[in-house]
Design a protein around this ligand. Sequence first.
Ligand code: BEZ
Length: 238
Amino acid sequence: MELNEEQAIVAMPRIGDPAPSFTAVTTQGTINFPSDYHGSWSILFSHPADFTPVCTSEFITFASLEPKFSAVNCKLIGLSIDGLYSHIAWLRTIKEKIEYKGMKNVEVTFPLIEDISMNVARKYGMIQPNEDTTKAVRAVFFVDPKGVIRAMIYYPLSLGRNFDELYRVVVALQTADEFDVATPADWQVGDDIIIGPAGSCGTAEDRTHDKELNCQDWFFCTKELPKEVILDALLKEK
Ligand code: BEZ
């Protein structure tokens, strides 16, 4: 598909960038992002449209998991290119009528941004014209308490997100910050963590003798970090 100039020039924020700022009308009143969220982690996510089935299953799931995100100081903010009254009607219908995987009577209490103008969606590269020119893709931005984008994931319209994975990402980012470590493939809270790459020959040598580390070689060292220690630190941080 040929893109016109307006469609082709889209801002794509990057990891490490300050989250682009905006003021928006939401189902919970007007918000200023990211300034209103200073001091908290936040997940800003988009969905293609209200009153669509995959999005409905996602909202029920995310809203049901909200207390889990809240416990690790992470707030949720949704967005679609629909108006406020459509958002309100959809969220009311979800609560009154829709059941998904045993979750029912679910009230979505996090803000859902109306973005008919696409101003916010464009700033965050949520419109990806070869996927759809008028619907946002399923974008997820993880923003830290200083308003910096720390991770992002994009899914196409047809693919509902895995919300356990979004929680895992938040906790892994917080763990990396709190304990100055990295997290290996498929890491879950309680699994051994990774000690970052050695920065000098001396450090590489020292590591192989460090009794607290499990080094298979100088560049591959892991360490125990018990679940209770992580959760204690993350829950206390609030
Ligand atoms: C859905 O949420 O079901 C959906 C939305 C847009 C395109 C395809 C599916």
